[in-house]
Design a protein around this ligand. Structure first.
Ligand code: HAM
Length: 428
């Protein structure tokens, strides 16, 4: 007989595609956060935070309803007040919304904004593809439609991956043209694919009608032969898009950033024009670590003024996975912490006050005052990798002193309690 699923088991499971980030992974996340935080200042980006919920209409206006993000992947729900909200699926549309709503264009142009936030997409989960994941994004909005900003966005993302010591970074780049030249290319692409309509996969049959550019993005084995001879978009760009793209590439060359031209790179989100790019680590079949491009029409589409813009985002979980797979060694963090040990009831009574004095002076103190034996408290200090311990016994309480012991060298000294803070600081 089939076993009945226990309801308790369901309650204690995180939702599919969503994970806890536990202390064991903290060192990776801390390193990434630190590098992001340093680079945003060095590259002059301002951090913004947007609500985790947005109106569904915002994304539905920003993108075609046929894109996977809109048709399949949004977590949409109706509130008690009757509004349709979504869990934020990505950061570009929200940043553009915040830029317009808060009149950021008046605060100087262009605005250089960045974010480090969780995103939610109801995707088919697999390695590197989660339903809750985090993105570090860099967006440049407003000002001139200058190709140097495209290069700057790629530069900061590239540098971030380099700082994290990610190996074999491959930047793929393309231009998908503008409002003027792209329709022309799409017509040619449609005409080419129409010849094979009957042989195309079901998705591509749909794309042929709704979003021909995405035909180039089909991963289905049966559609691959048609991609080979499809018209090349780079041959069909208007002169303005062509010179924009050429100068992006020149800036990259000047920066020493290697790139691979990929005329079939089209991106899944459809607010892009001109430059699009993706960054991988490793060869064929590798999953994208970052992606982005220019989105000059997005602000206008969601109700703002025409605003040239370009940006890109890095997937944090994918970076963590890549760093682990590539066995990237993080420098061990220096633990500036003391472990407080008490022996006996008299000492226990005094402990909290002494610990509080240390904490007030910004000294991190670990302890487990619920444990009584010296041995088990020492064991815990060792387990936590803390080498500096403070030991308070009955004798010390009466003498108003305390023992500082270095577990690595086994050297210890007794010092007056009144000098405790200064003595601990000397060890750091
Ligand atoms: P995206 O390519 O959808 O672009 O996502 C950017 C990065 O987020 C991906 O390269 C990947 O590393 C990570 N990512 C995306 N989906 C998942 C997932 N389900 N699980 C884990 N990681 C994922 C955007 O979102 C654009 N807003 C990027 C952009 C910024 N364009 C202009 N500015």
């Amino acid at each position: 007989m089939a076993k009945k699923k226990s309801s308790r088991k369901i309650i204690i499971q995180s939702p599919k595609g969503m994970r806890d980030i536990l202390a064991g992974d903290r060192s990776w996340w801390d390193k990434i956060t630190k590098v992001f935080s340093e680079l945003k200042d060095i590259y002059n980006f301002d951090l913004i935070e947007t609500p985790v919920l947005e109106y569904a209409k915002l994304f539905e206006t920003a993108m075609n309803k046929e894109t996977d993000l809109i048709s399949k992947e949004m977590y949409t729900f109706k509130t008690k007040g009757g509004d349709f909200l979504v869990l934020r699926p990505e950061g570009t549309v929200t940043t553009a919304r915040a830029y317009i709503e808060n009149n950021l264009s008046h605060k100087g142009q262009p605005q250089r904004l960045c974010y480090f936030e969780p995103m939610f997409r109801h995707e088919n989960t697999q390695a590197g593809r989660y339903r809750e994941f985090h993105q570090m994004g860099f967006e440049i909005l407003g000002g001139a439609n200058d190709s140097i900003y495209d290069a700057e966005v790629i530069q900061v993302i590239y540098r971030l991956l380099q700082e994290l010591k990610i190996k074999n970074i491959v930047l793929k780049i393309n231009s998908i043209g503008c409002r003027n030249c792209r329709p022309n290319y799409e017509r040619r692409l449609k005409a080419y694919y129409s010849k094979y309509e009957r042989e195309l996969c079901a998705d591509c049959k749909k794309r042929l009608e709704t979003n021909p550019l995405r035909l180039l993005d089909c991963k289905n084995e049966s559609c691959q032969p048609f991609k080979k001879n499809a018209p090349n978009i780079l041959d069909k760009l208007c002169s303005s898009c062509s010179s924009h793209f050429k100068s992006v590439l020149e800036y990259l060359e000047e920066l020493g950033i290697e790139y691979t031209l990929d005329s079939q790179l089209v991106r899944g989100l459809d607010y892009y024009d001109r430059t699009v790019f993706e960054i991988f680590s490793g060869g064929e079949g590798a999953i994208a670590l970052a992606g982005g491009g220019r989105y000059d029409y997005l602000a206008e589409k969601i109700g703002g003024k025409p605003t040239p813009a370009v940006g890109g985002a890095i997937g944090v979980e994918r970076i963590v996975d890549a760093m682990k797979a590539q066995e990237i060694i993080l420098e061990p963090k220096e633990i500036k912490k003391v472990f407080f040990i008490h022996i006996g009831e008299v000492a226990k009574k005094k402990s909290l006050k002494i610990i509080e004095e240390l904490r007030k002076k910004k000294i991190a103190v670990a302890e487990d005052l619920g444990r009584e034996s010296l041995k088990s408290q020492l064991k815990l200090a060792n387990k936590k990798g803390i080498h500096l311990v403070l030991i308070l016994g009955q004798k010390e309480v009466y003498e108003e002193s305390i023992i500082i012991r270095n577990l690595k060298t086994s050297i210890q000294e007794s010092i007056p309690l009144s000098k405790l803070t200064d003595s601990v600081k000397k060890y750091f």
